[in-house]
Design a protein around this ligand. Structure first.
Ligand code: FES
Length: 148
């Protein structure tokens, strides 16, 4: 699928995992529970869900499912397994999932003529959104995610 001048993979499947191994602020899953081609969604409690994906280098990235821009559910976004990025379903902001950095706002290109400096908008202002990551370590067939 071509979008905003870049070739992207189609939306990755979403897989839901039961958060059975929760104790003392850590979540423990077996690696077999994690689909390397999917956005693996884990419901931690009533107010928090996180996503786990496998990065191109085989590392695991665990991150909060709420987009830091306006709160979209990132499980509905497009996960690119090839470059380890995710595009938000609402406004298309892209994040790399290794460090959670914002990397691209497609509106800068598509709305270039409408992005005029005004009293409430500065097109040159840097965007500093960042995904909330949770440290995730694989060891002995298990993945331990620190939630605090
Ligand atoms: S809510 Fe995610 S880019 Fe706007």
């Amino acid at each position: 699928m071509a979008l905003f001048g870049k070739t992207r993979e189609s939306r990755a499947p979403v897989r839901t995992i039961e958060a059975g191994g929760l104790s003392d602020g850590t979540l423990t899953l077996t690696l077999a529970q994690i689909d390397p081609l999917a956005v693996n969604v884990v419901k931690v409690d009533d107010s928090r869900s996180l996503a786990i994906v496998v990065m191109p280098d085989g590392a695991y990235s665990a991150f909060n499912l709420q987009c830091p821009h306006l709160g979209a559910n990132l499980a509905d976004g497009a996960f690119c397994t090839k470059d380890g990025t995710l595009r938000c379903p609402w406004h298309g902001y892209e994040f790399e999932l290794g460090e959670g950095r914002f990397i691209r706002n497609p509106n800068v290109e598509t709305l270039a003529k409408a992005r005029v400096k005004g009293a409430n908008f500065d097109p040159d202002k840097a965007i500093d959104y960042r995904l909330r990551l949770y440290p995730a370590t694989a060891n002995g067939g298990q993945l331990v995610v620190e939630l605090n």
